[in-house]
Design a protein around this ligand. Structure first.
Ligand code: NAP
Length: 290
């Protein structure tokens, strides 16, 4: 199976490293013709769209760069989808669980794949939801929503590193994505050419406190931080907009025969591997090319 990955950032490189048979395209895309050129050159069986704009150093950047964010997160996926439809190539677009804020109206508070997003007034969330809204009507397109990627490879993009270095951490509970599992699920979805929306989050929910406790147990017993509420983040001037916290129900993966590990089991396994790499002084700068 030949996979073409579009987007040379964190997720694109991470998947490319895991799939020896994949091709990574990092060239700038502005038109459908740019994508057709890639497709005609590589003749892929499936395409992963790992390109997008998520703001650097963080998502607040998008609030002052609305147009760039719209072009990268809404127009670009549509442009890629247009080319894929023309060449009849399956497209897996990476979505985000951050289109949901707070509890859903379901009794268990979890958001289903088919629920309408409530991206409030956050530019990043709105642009991601807009892409999901329109792409989800197309045949031969899958949307894989991920949340707060947690990886065994130390990196600035890794939730573990973020939580370990923030002096103040919000005391919240979420659905999260263990990156090893995500890479496997992406691959399976492309092999199956599965259409529709998929919540690629590990079953169960995880508190930031649980991640930090595991970090202190396995990596750095001397670690300390202050705990604050989600509201404090904006009140204390640490963020422009409040962050999305939510629980996602992943119902569609099992319908296509894909399972993910329970989140606490996967988290412990990931932290153990992370601790090993930390001991060796490894980080994504050495392991990945991004
Ligand atoms: N990482 C997360 O926490 C997270 C969570 C949920 C969902 N996601 C989604 O996962 C996807 C990948 O995220 P990531 O973490 O890998 O982000 P990333 O590290 O910022 O990578 C995104 C890549 O897309 C490229 N790109 C943007 N516009 C492009 C265009 N017009 N043509 C070609 N390349 C373009 C960027 O290039 P330049 O930097 O050169 O512009 C960058 O290399 C995004 O859709 C994001 O919304 C990520």
């Amino acid at each position: 199976m030949k996979i073409l990955i579009i987007g040379g950032g964190y997720v694109g490189n991470r998947c490319h490293e895991a799939w020896e048979d994949s091709v990574l395209e990092t060239g700038r895309i502005t038109t459908k013709e740019d994508v057709l050129k890639f497709i005609d050159e590589h003749k892929p069986d499936a395409i992963l769209n790992a390109a997008g704009v998520r703001g650097k150093p963080n998502v607040d950047w998008c609030e002052d760069h609305q147009l760039e964010t719209i072009l990268g997160n809404t127009k670009l996926p549509i442009t890629i989808a247009e080319a894929c439809q023309e060449r009849e190539v399956y497209l897996l677009h990476i979505g985000s669980g951050c289109i949901f804020y707070g509890d859903s109206s379901h009794e268990d508070k979890k958001w289903r794949e088919g629920d309408m997003g409530n991206p409030v007034d956050v530019t990043y969330s709105r642009t991601k939801w807009a892409a999901d809204l329109v792409l989800s009507t197309l045949p031969n397109v899958g949307i894989g929503r991920i949340r707060m990627p947690i990886d065994y490879i130390p990196s600035l993009n890794n939730m573990i590193d973020k939580l370990a270095t923030f002096p103040k951490v919000i005391d919240v509970e979420n659905s999260v994505t263990i990156v090893d599992d995500m890479v496997n699920v992406f691959r399976q979805l492309m092999e199956k050419k599965a259409p529709g929306i998929f919540h690629i989050t590990n079953p169960g929910t995880l508190k930031h406190r649980e991640i930090v406790a595991l970090y202190e147990e396995l990596v750095d017993p001397g670690h300390t931080n202050e705990w604050i509420t989600n509201d404090d983040l904006v009140k204390q001037g640490l963020a422009t907009k409040g962050r999305s916290n939510n629980f996602l129900a992943s119902e569609n993966l099992s319908k296509v025969g894909i399972e993910m590990r329970e989140v606490h089991d996967a988290m412990r396994d990931t932290m153990e591997k992370y601790a090993e790499l930390k001991k060796k002084g490894e980080s994504s700068d050495k392991i990945l090319t991004c």
